[in-house]
Design a protein around this ligand. Structure first.
Ligand code: 13P
Ligand code: SF4
Length: 377
């Protein structure tokens, strides 16, 4: 029998937190008068997870959205979680923000807002709820917390990291600034608050060129994603200095494998995420953020398309564009896949894991994110 509580990335090589990464420093608990979220909001009883006729009826319309990805005989395992999460979410007055890489049952059945990193950061400033459950990786939850210091931000698995975020520390950025005095620092949003605190302006894959171009300086530090920086460098006259960080999902794609797909079917459109190596982007018909890719497919309706990005993206949009045939050379993000329905339910039941940013760095980190959000692009 399928057991959702055992799904996720454990046992599939998910990278644990590096020791230099701090999560929820105890000193920062002061932000909420020293009380944990569980103390402030209370812990509720874990709902019954029986697949009853009422649960079947209440979730039938949601199953329609994921029926191409979840076999009907498995839905009785998913549905009680979906039903319990949606009910408890309402009772708690919580909102679920989910990244485009979340699995279809999270993306389509329990999320209130979905999007790319920039959209989620923007939405986090607009959400009218005391509690945000961030279905994504830790830096996304931390960004939401920076933008909403008074709100309670929960992440269903605090170990959901990111190879880019873990490639660099605030101390590394301080050394770079010593080495390149006066050079503006643009930091990818896929970084810890510690790194953001050392940053002039953050960027995401959808606005990196605009952020780099917003400086008068001829040289800009664009860190920590080396490939994103190389892709940006092709679109600006500025000299770009970077770092050796890589996304462990996107660095696996090669130009040779994509060319083989093109050779097999010259009509296929290949669209890639800018975290891929520039050689990969060179063979793509379009490159953009996850939402940029989704919009490209929705707007241009290619008959056959290959999304050079994380697995769940194609699954999440397939049902909205039934006329498009998706080819899936799937690479999985083990960090994104740590977020599961059972863990989301646990989050809402126990009010965990609460994301706290050390006040000593929060104000400076927030400024870097707000400058990005306020940049007109
Ligand atoms: P975007 O959604 O901003 O394109 O980011 C992709 C990504 O890898 C997030 O971890
Ligand atoms: Fe980080 Fe890459 Fe996973 Fe995004 S897909 S969270 S950049 S490792």
């Amino acid at each position: 029998m399928l057991d959702l509580s055992k799904s996720g990335s454990e046992g599939r090589g998910g990278m644990a937190l590096m020791e230099n990464q701090t999560r929820n420093p105890a000193s920062a608990q002061a932000a909420h008068g020293g009380q944990t979220a569980a103390e402030r909001f209370g812990v509720v009883e874990r709902p019954d997870l029986t697949y009853t006729p009422e649960v079947a009826e209440a979730t039938a319309h949601l199953y329609e959205r994921v029926k191409d990805h979840i076999p009907a005989f498995e839905w009785p395992v998913y549905a009680p979680y979906v039903h319990a999460i949606n009910k408890l979410k309402k009772e708690r007055g919580a909102v679920i923000l989910a990244h485009n890489y979340q699995t279809p049952e999270i993306f389509h059945c329990v999320s209130d807002i979905v999007g790319d990193s920039l959209q989620l950061a923007r939405e986090a400033t607009l959400v009218d709820a005391e509690i945000i459950v961030q279905c994504g990786v830790h830096f996304m939850a931390e960004t939401s917390k920076l933008l909403n210091p008074e709100k309670t931000i929960l992440i269903p698995d605090v170990k959901a990291g990111c190879s880019l975020s873990e490639s660099i520390t605030g101390a590394d950025v301080r050394l770079l600034k010593e080495r390149y005095p006066g050079v503006p620092v643009v930091t990818y949003v896929n970084t810890s608050a510690d790194v953001k605190a050392e940053t002039d302006v953050c960027c995401t894959s959808s606005n990196a060129v605009a952020v780099v171009e917003s400086f008068d300086s001829d040289t800009v530090l664009c860190i920590p994603d080396e490939y994103l920086a190389m892709n940006v460098a092709k679109q600006t006259s500025k000299k770009i200095l970077t770092w050796k960080g890589h996304c462990e999902v996107h660095e696996r794609f090669t130009a040779a494998e994509l060319l083989a797909y093109k050779e097999a079917d010259p009509t296929i459109e290949i669209i890639g995420h800018p975290e891929c190596h520039p050689d990969v982007i060179a063979v793509c018909d379009y490159s953009g953020s996850t939402s940029g890719m989704i919009n490209y497919v929705k707007d241009t309706r290619p008959s056959r398309v290959l999304l050079v990005t994380e697995c769940s993206m194609a699954s999440n949009i397939e049902s909205e564009v039934p006329d498009v045939d998706f080819v899936k050379p799937c690479n999985l993000c083990p960090h994104m896949k740590r977020i599961t329905l059972p863990k989301i339910l646990d989050s809402l039941v126990n009010m965990t894991e609460e994301v706290i940013v050390d006040p000593a760095i929060a104000d400076r980190a927030r400024l870097a994110v707000e400058r990005m959000i306020n940049l007109k692009n």
